[in-house]
Design a protein around this ligand. Structure first.
Ligand code: AMP
Length: 284
């Protein structure tokens, strides 16, 4: 496994690869603190591509809360070992200066429409601008044929799909399913910041999502959401930011379920000091 720390080094290496022959570089961008969810993306990339490239970079421009950035877990040596075991071919571990040589200001100008005015975009102002900024820069450097993202970050996948469309980028987006702990909690780098009591509370988020999915044919969306919000608010460690049943393509709220409309249930909540997000697709 090759590890590169500068743009110049990785570009030199990737330019030497005969793109016409391989014609399939798969790219898995991450912020490190890797878990099995990330590795499932590497596995998917390996199945689809001849060369799998991953990056480990905690992007400062996508954190709207400086404390969240400062507390983000960093474990690069363990990450590299995990990527090696997973069979990743190339890892890029750049510095902030390498990614943003002209400073962090220049944001990527894509009109996200409603996508940029709902759910995560409301709770985390500037977050998706930072995500687009770093993903655009990484795509320019790696120039992959396939980009692998996790459904866990549902709205992020839609934002990046919009950005790819906007710039006509020659890359195919592959969205991979969310890996969960045995009790249903979505795997996340942030889970390691939960204490044992918070960890018990955290599982309630996915339970609420699956409850709604399982009962959506029998009860109204309003009743389901209201009941689940009550269940969650009974736990004093949980502060829900949103619990929404939406059109899976537009993210517009749905008031009634129809099985011919793509439907996704999304949640964001603080569990203690840790912000978690999750979603389930009811109909795609
Ligand atoms: P992150 O390091 O959190 O920025 O995540 C890097 C990539 O891994 C993103 O595309 C995430 O959506 C994806 N990812 C995060 N958690 C999971 C999970 N539990 N299952 C599958 N993919 C995930």
């Amino acid at each position: 496994m090759k590890v590169f720390q500068t743009v110049v080094e990785i570009q030199k290496y990737l330019l030497e690869i005969n793109r016409l022959e391989t014609n399939s570089v798969g790219f898995v961008p991450t912020m490190g603190a890797l878990h099995a969810g990330h590795l499932s993306l590497v596995k998917a990339a390996k199945e689809k591509s001849k060369l799998t490239v991953s990056s480990v970079f905690v992007n400062p421009t996508q954190f709207n809360d400086i404390k969240d950035f400062e507390r983000y877990p960093i474990q690069v040596d363990t990450d590299l070992e995990m990527l090696l075991q997973a069979g990743c071919d190339v890892v890029f571990v750049p510095s902030v200066d390498d990614i943003y040589p002209a400073g962090v200001q220049g944001k990527t100008d894509v009109d996200l429409g409603f996508l940029g005015r709902t759910l995560e975009a409301v709770q985390r102002p500037g977050h998706f601008e930072g995500v687009m900024q770093v993903v655009k820069r990484l795509l320019d450097i790696v120039q992959p044929d396939f980009l692998f993202l996790g459904q866990k970050d549902y709205q992020q996948c839609m934002v990046i799909a919009r950005m790819i469309e906007h710039f006509h980028l020659p890359v195919t987006l592959e969205i991979c399913p969310t890996l969960r702990e045995p009790d249903g909690l979505a795997m996340s780098s942030r889970n390691q910041r939960l204490n044992p009591v918070e960890r018990l509370s955290a599982v309630k988020l996915s339970k609420a999502l699956f409850y709604i999915k399982e009962h959506i044919q029998q009860q109204t969306i309003n009743d389901l959401v209201t009941t689940q919000l009550q269940v969650l608010s009974a736990d004093e460690l949980i502060k829900v930011e949103y619990l929404a049943v939406v059109d899976g393509k537009t993210l517009q709220s749905l008031s009634e379920y129809k099985n011919d409309i793509p439907t996704t249930v999304l949640i964001a909540a603080m569990v203690g000091q840790v912000r978690l997000i999750d979603n389930v697709i009811v109909t795609d």
